[in-house]
Design a protein around this ligand. Structure first.
Ligand code: GLC
Length: 654
């Protein structure tokens, strides 16, 4: 049914009137007008996904009224500084696409201690030019095991070890004063089984049982299991858990203690919207929406990336645009390339879904090229990606708190002469140190005997060879490992989007085995790469004669170079090109702001690239490398050192 048919014009006028008298009644006329304008602008974007989700619901108009009422409340409670921020963001809609943007990701406790202690680390973040800070899960988790904070017991409270909600709001304000936008996680696919809603459901309350996906017997769970993959086959096999106290099977995609929410129930969507607005009003500028691919289930499918999951995100987006347009939504969907792009919006939803998404495909391909010393798959697979909407961008990264899953499709592998299955197995072996001659030291995460899939844990430095090289006291290998670390960082800085530095990688921190001593963490080896910040080591960061200094200063230099190069704006086209050298990756960034050709040597041997080939990539004449400042005029070949990257532009010099 068309959404317009679901709502009579009179209803709408009444609704707006009700909002103006009700939640917005106390506001200044100008503030109310602004709300009215935004409502008018975004209402079609609300109705479209709302119809996909609840178009056939008998209470459709009531659902809409309730949601808009919540939005009006959220707007009325938004502080003046935040309403000004909204206006600023709307005046500069590409603020998050600029090359000045640099992200940093850390755990509050592991980085600084408490939320109020994070403020003391702002100067450190400024040394790196950070403008975006993602503090890993900090809303109150269940006690004991909590999947690194992704099992939330209370979305309106902070983990007491870290501080209070007032501390969060205070920190958000302090960060903003220093030009840093705060990002936090919103786990919207599931709650902890200790969450108030789940507790009521466990006590037998049918209203709250309808918040989750519960089944009286195995009939439907068995039917779903036929096509639904397992996320944690090792420590949480299957997708359902039986609870004898309620005699129900509950959908638990992740761990037993994480209960999937039922978004087919509009009350759940309303609750989550309230939480989103509440967090936005604390000054959070970016919400990382966790595990969004799983938010809608459908029999006979893998219950991931369903159209309704996209509709939920589009609805969140349109509704928050009315109340808090400064807020950005970040999709955490670690899925295959073809499934990934739609999270940034496509078709009618172009520029109307999430503004940001993680580029897990780039991350995987970079590791793949590094192991293979060949760039064919990297180049080809990136070339297949469609362009993304103009008002969105990627978060580019090399490591995060999760494992690496080898998201290489069989089709892409076959196109460059590889067998997908064998290549993924090779990558697992290589990065877990089981492939002859490998430099990497990682660990297998969640071996799945059914699919033979092996994901990988390990810190960036350990996966890039530093741990092994240090153990062997091999200066040559140490040098190569440092170069690899810089190469990987370099590529996430130029690709297009906000590059994320993962805490400790800027110092080359190695795998951390201390999690083995904690009974709540011991089963999950992702803690191998979630170290404590090593502030003692950080002391050496400006000493170029140390390994730490080489890594930190190397990254710092790259970050500064990025911030000064307008051609790297996220709106510039990103075009991977063949360089006629299997070891050298080529990428053009092109826009009216300028054209840059990035060439990256993925091998430990020097590599030549002919000037003719560079000219055929569209850069004719004298060239200048932005990183070293060197100009290249008459030489017939350009020579790249082991793992060297250059950022070439046509030089104005004769
Ligand atoms: C996301 C998180 C991951 C967590 C999962 C379940 O993928 O990044 O750490 O285990 O969601 O919440």
């Amino acid at each position: 049914m068309e959404s317009t048919q679901l709502l009579r014009p009179d209803d709408l006028a009444l609704l707006v009137d009700g909002l103006m008298q009700g939640p917005l009644g106390e506001m200044e006329p100008l503030a109310r007008h602004i709300f009215g304008l935004r409502l008018e602008q975004f209402l079609p974007d609300v109705l479209r996904p709302l119809t996909i989700l609840y178009g056939s619901h008998p209470q459709f108009p009531t659902i809409l009224h309730r949601l808009l009422g919540q939005v009006a409340q959220g707007y009325a409670h938004r502080s003046e500084p935040l309403r000004l921020l909204d206006i600023r963001r709307m005046q500069e809609p590409d603020w998050f696409q600029k090359p000045e943007m640099i992200g940093y990701v850390c755990y509050t406790d592991r980085f600084a201690g408490t939320l109020s202690e994070v403020a003391a680390k702002i100067p450190y973040l400024q040394e790196l030019g950070v403008t975006y800070l993602h503090l890993m899960p900090l809303l109150r988790p269940r006690p004991g095991q909590n999947d690194g904070g992704y099992a939330v017991q209370d979305y309106r409270a902070i983990d007491e070890r870290l501080g209070s909600m007032a501390d969060l709001a205070d920190l958000a304000g302090q960060l903003r004063q220093h030009g840093i936008s705060l990002c936090i996680d919103l786990v919207c696919n599931h709650t902890a089984k200790e969450h108030e809603w789940a507790q009521k459901a466990r006590a037998g309350n049918p209203t709250y049982q309808a918040y989750y996906l519960m089944f009286p017997d195995r009939t439907l769970p068995d039917a779903y299991e036929k096509t639904t993959p397992e996320v944690f086959p090792d420590f949480a096999p299957g997708n359902f858990t039986y609870y004898p106290e309620i005699d129900r099977w509950v959908w638990t995609t992740f761990n037993e203690f994480q209960w999937d929410l039922n978004y087919a129930n509009p009350a759940v969507l309303g609750e989550m919207l309230d939480i989103i607005l509440f967090l936005a009003n604390q000054g959070v500028e970016i919400l990382r929406l966790d595990a969004v691919a799983f938010m809608w289930k459908r029999l006979g499918t893998d219950s991931q990336n369903q159209p309704e999951a996209h509709a939920i995100l589009q609805l969140f987006r349109a509704l928050t645009r009315i109340a808090a347009p400064g807020l950005l939504l970040l999709a955490e969907a670690i899925v295959s390339p073809d499934k990934l792009i739609p999270y940034l919006g496509r078709g009618e939803a172009t520029n109307k879904e999430c503004e940001l998404a993680y580029h897990n495909v780039l991350m995987v391909l970079l590791w793949s090229a590094l192991a293979e010393r060949k760039v064919g798959l990297l180049t080809y697979a990136l070339q297949q990606l469609p362009v993304i909407p103009t008002q969105t961008t990627w978060l580019t990264y090399i490591r995060c708190h999760d494992d690496i899953g080898w998201a290489v499709t069989d089709e892409n592998a076959a196109a460059v002469g590889l067998n997908g299955f064998a290549h993924r197995a090779f990558l697992s072996q290589f990065y877990t140190g089981r492939f002859p001659g490998t430099f990497a030291k990682g660990a297998t995460f969640q071996y799945n005997p059914k699919t033979q899939d092996r994901r990988v844990s390990g810190s960036l430095a350990s996966l890039a060879g530093l741990e092994q090289a240090l153990a062997n006291q091999d200066e040559y290998e140490i040098d190569l490992a440092v170069r690899r670390i810089l190469l990987l960082h370099n590529l996430i800085l130029i690709y297009g989007g906000i590059p994320l530095l993962y805490m400790g990688d800027e110092l080359g921190l190695l795998n951390d085995h201390t999690y083995l001593e904690d009974p709540d963490l011991v089963n999950d080896n992702r803690w191998l790469h979630r170290p404590l910040m090593d502030w003692a080591k950080a002391e050496a960061r400006q000493n170029i004669t140390t390994i730490t200094g080489r890594i930190f200063m190397g990254i710092q230099q790259l970050l500064q170079a990025r911030q000064q190069l307008p051609a790297l704006h996220a709106q510039a086209l990103t075009v991977p090109v063949w360089t006629h050298n299997e070891q050298v990756f080529g990428l053009i960034r092109d826009s009216p702001r300028g054209r840059v050709l990035i060439l990256a040597n993925f091998s430990e041997r020097p590599q030549p690239i002919s000037r003719d080939h560079i000219a055929s990539m569209g850069l004719k004449g004298g060239l200048r490398d932005h990183l070293t400042g060197f100009t290249i005029t008459r030489q017939p070949h350009l020579h790249l050192d082991p793992y060297q990257v250059v950022w070439l532009a046509v030089s104005n010099e004769p």
